[in-house]
Design a protein around this ligand. Structure first.
Ligand SMILES: [Zn+2]
Length: 198
């Protein structure tokens, strides 16, 4: 304990235990800007209520790493998709959140994930069929297109279906989060800092 400092703020464990909804009025680090929740990137979201609909949360909170980058970076897609992916990984800002979910929204999320995997399996099945059966060129082209489409659909469903909350903007200190229940937003103080640009 040689580095003990009596003047230091409470250590990280108070931050990690989370500010439970309804436990106190302290929702430090959380505000509302219209339909978005603004959070200090080190703040914690309430986990005893579903973040989507405000029903009592069940099961373990969901951990998500939300990322965002300026929409201008999408322009790179016009030139090269790979360059865009590399640029996005480098320039994106991320925020780690833990959110509560009710049974309904947990189940809905799982269904989207199951659907995404099903589409991927369909693609694999079709490719397997093509590889192990003699088919005409025309049939093969059709089946390959079907497999590719199924794979693409699986990817899109897998990315967008299970999302519960999304980062709409992140700067060095704050994150703007969309998809949050309006009932939670109603309990938060109004945000008076820099505005959401979207
Ligand atoms: Zn819910």
């Amino acid at each position: 304990m040689s580095d003990f400092n009596p003047y230091a703020p409470p250590a990280a464990d108070t931050l990690d235990s989370g500010r439970q909804w309804g436990e106190s009025d302290d929702r430090g680090g959380l505000w509302r800007e219209r339909f978005l929740l603004v959070m200090d990137r080190t703040a914690t979201l309430p986990v005893d209520r579903c973040i989507v609909c405000d029903a009592p949360a069940t099961g373990r909170p969901l951990r998500r790493k939300l990322s965002w980058h300026s929409p201008w970076w999408y322009l790179i897609v016009l030139f090269n998709l790979l360059f865009y992916v590399i640029a996005a990984v480098i320039v994106r800002k991320t925020v780690a959140v833990r959110v509560g979910l009710c049974d309904l929204h947990r189940t809905r999320r799982r269904r989207w994930i199951a659907l995404a995997w099903s589409l991927v399996l369909v693609a694999i099945g079709v490719l397997g069929f093509v590889a192990s059966n003699p088919v005409t060129d025309a049939t093969m082209a059709t089946l390959m297109a079907l497999a590719l489409l199924s794979l693409l659909a699986g990817g899109i469903v897998g990315i967008y279906g299970p999302r519960v909350v999304t980062a709409k903007q992140i700067n060095d200190r704050y994150a703007w989060i969309g998809g949050v229940s309006s009932k939670l937003l109603d309990t938060l103080p109004d945000w008076t800092g820099p505005k959401y640009h979207g």
